[in-house]
Design a protein around this ligand. Structure first.
Ligand SMILES: Cc1ncc(COP(=O)(O)O)c(C=O)c1O
Length: 369
């Protein structure tokens, strides 16, 4: 069996979830588990959250219809599942079949729903575009459109939401502008006595630093998996990374001064040294741009990665230390004295932890503890 794997610490996932829940007090929790729970494995992560019994999430959210279907088919969730992406009319039957809630993201969908003459109740959430510049009905026409939607027979507006573009930035001016636009839409709909269900907008950045945005429900994603969404948020919630990347020393070799390692000869030994290979590469989701930049942890010591990262393996230098093949190594993980997490990699290549954990490919088995 392949010695490389991603170790998913489900206790840390539950810990993060409960920390967030404590912070948002009475607001409901919609756990965002799209993209295979940001690469951590949706079904196992949801199983862990479901084990929290009375504290388990009130809703789950996915991006794609197919993800929702997979989650419903697992039979571990009886709570509502929201899909963020717009639906297509041929998918609609399946939304009923798998008891999923679509998001209404534009006026055309409202027209479509009205022409379909639904014979059974369909719960939907409406996404209001307040400044993210992506999906949703513009806040300028939201009231009018939602009134139209709520008049369609068998359509039930179970929720209304918006999504922040900058809630994880220190300067909250723009996020507050979005929040105010959203609030105005809600006020007007309430004034007109339109049923809008649950109001939600807080992603991790807003959960951490904008308590005024909690409303009825919050939508944590990256914070569940143990990361702050940016380096600018406060650390008002303590989080523990959920994913470690583990492998082992595969092959050990002594090289002489002047000898090179890997493609492009981007490492040349200054002195005689020992190098070892580790069987994980860019096909597994280790960004090639991290070449010559990262370290690993072995028995509470750090070793430097050297030479171009290749598709299936990467190399490290151990100096005069001769390591045994089969020795366990952590690429992402924690020891007594050290921790290497996805932010450490992200900072080196202008990435974000979302990309790192989502990018760990299917070729890397997930093990759960
Ligand atoms: C609509 C929506 N809500 C919530 C989230 C969760 O955001 P985060 O992972 O920053 O908490 C996402 C993620 O991209 C999203 O698209």
């Amino acid at each position: 069996m392949r010695p490389t794997y991603a170790l998913i610490n489900l206790s840390n996932l539950k810990y993060n979830y409960l920390q967030i829940k404590k912070k948002v007090k009475n607001s409901k929790m919609m756990a965002v588990v799209k993209a295979d729970a940001y690469g951590h494995g949706m079904i196992k992560c949801v199983e862990a959250l479901q084990s929290l019994k009375n504290n388990r999430p009130d809703y789950y959210a996915v991006a794609l219809f197919e993800e929702g279907k997979e989650l419903r088919k697992s039979k571990i969730v009886d709570q509502p599942i929201l899909t963020f992406s717009p639906f297509t009319s041929d998918e609609l039957k399946e939304y009923y079949r798998f008891d999923l809630m679509p998001t209404i993201t534009n006026a055309d969908q409202i027209k479509q729903l009205s022409s379909l003459k639904l014979s059974k109740k369909l719960k939907v959430h409406v996404n209001i575009e307040t400044g993210m510049g992506r999906l949703g009905i513009s806040y300028k026409e939201a009231v009018e459109q939602i009134i139209r939607l709520s008049k369609i027979k068998n359509v039930v507006v179970d929720g209304i939401y918006t999504h922040f573009a900058t809630s994880d930035e220190k300067d909250k001016t723009y996020a507050n502008q979005q929040l105010n636009r959203f609030k105005k839409v809600i006020e007007e709909l309430k004034f007109q006595k339109i049923e809008i269900g649950k109001i939600h907008c807080a992603n991790s950045g807003a959960i951490i630093d904008m308590p005024e945005s909690y409303f009825d429900m919050v939508r944590p994603g990256i914070s569940l998996y143990g990361y702050y969404p940016s380096l600018e948020t406060s650390e008002s919630i303590k989080l523990k990374p959920v994913m470690s990347i583990i492998s082992e020393v595969e092959n050990v070799r002594k090289i002489k001064k002047g000898e090179s390692v890997s493609y492009g000869r981007r490492y040349i030994a200054k002195n005689e040294t020992n190098i070892f290979t580790v069987p994980i590469g860019y096909a597994d989701g280790i960004p090639r741009n991290l070449t010559n930049k990262i370290e690993c942890i072995i028995s509470d010591k750090k070793f430097k990665q050297i030479g171009t990262i290749t598709m299936d393996r990467l190399m490290f230098e151990s100096g005069s230390k001769l390591l045994k093949t089969g020795t366990n190594i952590q690429l992402l993980g924690k020891s007594k004295s050290y921790e290497i997490n996805a932010w450490d990699w992200s900072k080196l290549i202008n990435a974000i932890p979302y990309e790192i954990t989502c990018g760990i490919s299917k070729r890397v088995p997930r093990k759960y503890k």
